[in-house]
Design a protein around this ligand. Structure first.
Ligand code: GLA
Length: 699
């Protein structure tokens, strides 16, 4: 028997001592794999990242390391290892997903010793055999093969070392950045009134209107609204103040809390002036109400329960989140939606009694689980606060968490959501397969056992589109506006057709997690979808990962302070839906300061709706540019490297700027000296994994 000792060395280092004298096999999975860094999920011993038996090209392996691109595992061999061998490939659990493509790379002391080339779902395993003579530091990497890391489930199967003598293998992941204490850049909002948020709001004719004027400044505050074009009846505090032109609808403004309710019957654009007044002054802003076919004219902003509570969500927790959005003041910066993700329904295999119960009633209506005793009461509660409510389902019979889905009950479910008063639906692909369409309308003993629903992933566009189009029709038939958020991880380049099925936003990626690998692996790979973003249609790189997160097991985000600035800056540049993922009852000042910077949020909420793209990559520097409605442009300068960058950047003319440019630092909300686009330099000191975010306006 060998004697084995596992030692934990600090946070991300562990050692494996082998007291042996002759040639031995050391299995990779016998090392502590936890320190490995990867783009999604957790490093797995002897199973895939999705926690299935390791399977490549139909062949099952008993041992190995299951990971997800981008993945790094460093092994300090101490110089004594002779050989490394493994069978590598994409795990079959991705079900031939065309987005899966990876490259396995073995580096020894900084040199590439072996690379698999691009491997895809379904490919047979490749045999990796590397001579390690003289190698001290071995790095096992899995790259995303250049197309983003969606569905990149990667297996180092049967991975093992041959060693000659006693040694100690020390295992680590990507080098950790030196910790930086939180520093707040966002200045406090002034005590004088300021109206924040988008300049435009879309509503469909006859739909219940709810918009809360987001305004900062000392309370009490008095709100007023004035029409500058004809045709709206506006009532403030239940006293009618103006009637001009033909009747188009009635809006009722609560002058104390700024909530505007009512409805508009006639399509058209209504320009109004919003006013907020307190003891220190008055602010006003022109605001465009567009009554037409399109909603979500700017990306939705709010909160979603998944990244913090996952399967532990409850009605009380959702109400507390809504309260926290008010108490934190975030409502005054435009944050609106309170969205319940998975697990509000009953579950087909949970041992938790609060998730057990009927899936549907005798009439086929979906039955919420016992943690959600009053869905209508919940939506009313959220609306009374001036916020909006969101819900989650799947086109298959089951959601991703094995709760009741909407297959063959789409109309009935959409009607129920509307009746309860929900304003947003996230519709997740899980458990849907095109083959089940044959059972539509005949599944009288619905829901069938989970096992009855097996099938293959879609092979055609039509198959991908079908379930989303069905729910779209169901939602469109409801007498209220329901933002439609498609969640199918970008399959079939959803950005190209999401609009056709009424999608207001669509996930472009798999699930995000709170690591640099995940956030940067997603955020910096969005260019291909960017041209499709426009008012009413947004690319969704997944929810925010700042604050206390944990998918049911709370911990502070693992992103560094500068990575968090990068995350929020990038998502705003990308015109992404902004859904806070943390437990908002546990906000700290730093996290709040990331979410209440009105000049940064204004990029996301800009009415032009153009998504930023990468205009320059130079070593570790990436520059993103976003066109804005007022003719100015935002530039994000990102440092993807692990040491601070200190540049004198010139000239701005390379990005098409001309003349003198006024430069505004958006995080600090400060003007910088003007820069001549042809000759001037922009000083850039960008922290490791950090960002500088500027707005440039021609003078
Ligand atoms: C998928 C989605 C997540 C979340 C879960 C719920 O993984 O991508 O955002 O909604 O399902 O089960």
């Amino acid at each position: 028997m060998k004697s084995r000792l596992f030692l934990g060395l600090g946070l991300s280092l562990a050692a494996f001592n082998i007291g042996i004298a002759s040639a031995e096999t050391v299995w990779l999975d016998d090392l502590n794999l936890k320190p490995a860094t990867q783009g999604w999920g957790e490093p797995q011993k002897n199973q895939s990242v999705g926690e299935h038996p390791l399977t490549i090209g139909g062949k099952v392996f008993e041992r190995g390391f299951g990971t997800h691109a981008e993945s790094t595992l460093r092994v300090n061999l101490g110089g004594g290892a002779q050989k490394f061998t493994a069978s590598v490939g994409v795990d079959d659990e991705v079900d031939k997903n065309p987005a899966s493509s990876v490259e396995f790379i073995v580096l020894g002391d900084g040199k590439t010793l072996w690379s698999s080339g691009v491997m895809r779902a379904g490919n047979a395993a490749k045999e990796c055999a590397v001579d390690l003579s003289g190698v001290t530091n071995l790095v096992l990497k899995v790259g995303d093969a250049g197309d983003g890391m969606e569905w990149d489930h990667a297996d180092w199967a049967d991975a093992k070392f041959e060693t000659a003598s006693a040694k100690s293998f020390a295992v680590s992941g990507e080098a950790a950045l030196a910790p930086v204490a939180p520093y707040i850049l966002t200045p406090p909002a002034p005590a004088t009134p300021r109206i924040n948020g988008a300049n435009v709001f879309g509503v469909r004719p006859g739909s219940p209107f709810l918009f809360t004027i987001p305004a900062t400044g000392e309370r009490p505050m008095e709100f007023s609204l004035e029409q500058t074009v004809v045709r709206l009846v506006v009532i403030t505090n239940h006293h009618q103040v103006s009637i001009r032109g033909p009747f188009a609808g009635i809006l009722d403004l609560n002058t104390t809390n700024g909530q505007i309710t009512g409805d508009i019957h006639t399509k058209g654009e209504y320009i109004v002036t919003l006013r907020a007044k307190n003891a220190l002054g008055t602010a006003e802003k022109k605001f465009r109400i567009v009554c037409g076919d399109q909603i979500a004219l700017t990306p939705p902003m709010g909160w979603n329960s998944w990244n913090c509570f996952a399967g532990e969500v409850s009605q009380e927790r959702v109400k507390s989140a809504a309260d926290a959005l008010i108490k934190s003041g975030l409502i005054n910066h435009g944050w609106t939606y309170i969205n319940v993700d998975d697990y509000w329904q009953n579950n087909h295999d949970s041992k938790d009694p609060t998730l057990q119960g009927p899936f549907r009633d005798a009439q086929g209506n979906i039955v919420p689980n016992s943690r959600f005793p009053d869905m209508k009461g919940l939506a009313d509660y959220i609306h009374n606060l001036g916020l909006k409510a969101g819900l989650y389902s799947s086109p298959g019979p089951w959601t991703c968490g094995n709760c009741t889905g909407s297959f063959d009950r789409e109309r009935q479910d959409a009607a129920k959501y509307a009746q309860w008063g929900f304003d947003y639906l996230k519709y997740d692909w899980c458990s849907y397969t095109p083959t089940m369409e044959a059972q539509r309308g005949i599944s009288t003993n619905y829901p069938l056992a989970a096992a009855s629903w097996s099938g293959s992933n879609p092979s055609s566009h039509a198959e991908l589109i079908k379930p989303y189009a069905i729910m779209h029709e169901a939602l469109a038939a409801q007498p209220r506006d329901i933002v439609y958020s498609l969640c199918q991880y970008g399959m079939g380049d959803v950005w190209g057709w999401g609009d056709q099925v009424g999608g207001n936003c669509w996930r472009t990626t798999g699930d995000i997690t709170d690591t640099w690998k995940s956030m940067s692996g997603i955020g910096f790979k969005q260019d291909k979808a960017a041209p499709f973003a426009k008012p009413g249609n947004w690319n969704d790189p997944d929810m925010l990962i700042v604050g206390q997160l944990g998918w049911g097991n709370l911990h502070p985000t693992r992103l560094t302070v500068d990575e968090q600035y990068t995350h929020i800056s990038l998502w705003c540049l990308l015109s992404a839906p902004l859904l806070i993922g943390c437990d908002m009852t546990k906000f700290d000042d730093f996290t709040l300061s990331l979410l209440d910077n009105d000049e940064v949020l204004a990029l996301d909420q800009d009415a032009l709706g153009k998504e930023a793209t990468c205009v320059l990559t130079d070593g570790d520097l990436k520059v993103y540019a976003k066109e804005l409605a007022d003719g100015s442009r935002a530039l994000g300068f990102f440092n993807l490297g692990t040491v601070s960058l200190d540049l004198k950047f010139k000239p701005l003319a390379q990005f098409g700027f001309t003349g003198t440019q006024h430069v505004r630092d958006l995080w600090r909300q400060q003007d910088l000296p003007d820069v001549d686009a042809a000759t001037g330099t922009l000083p850039l000191t960008i922290p490791a994994h950090g960002v500088l975010l500027y707005k440039l306006t021609a003078k």
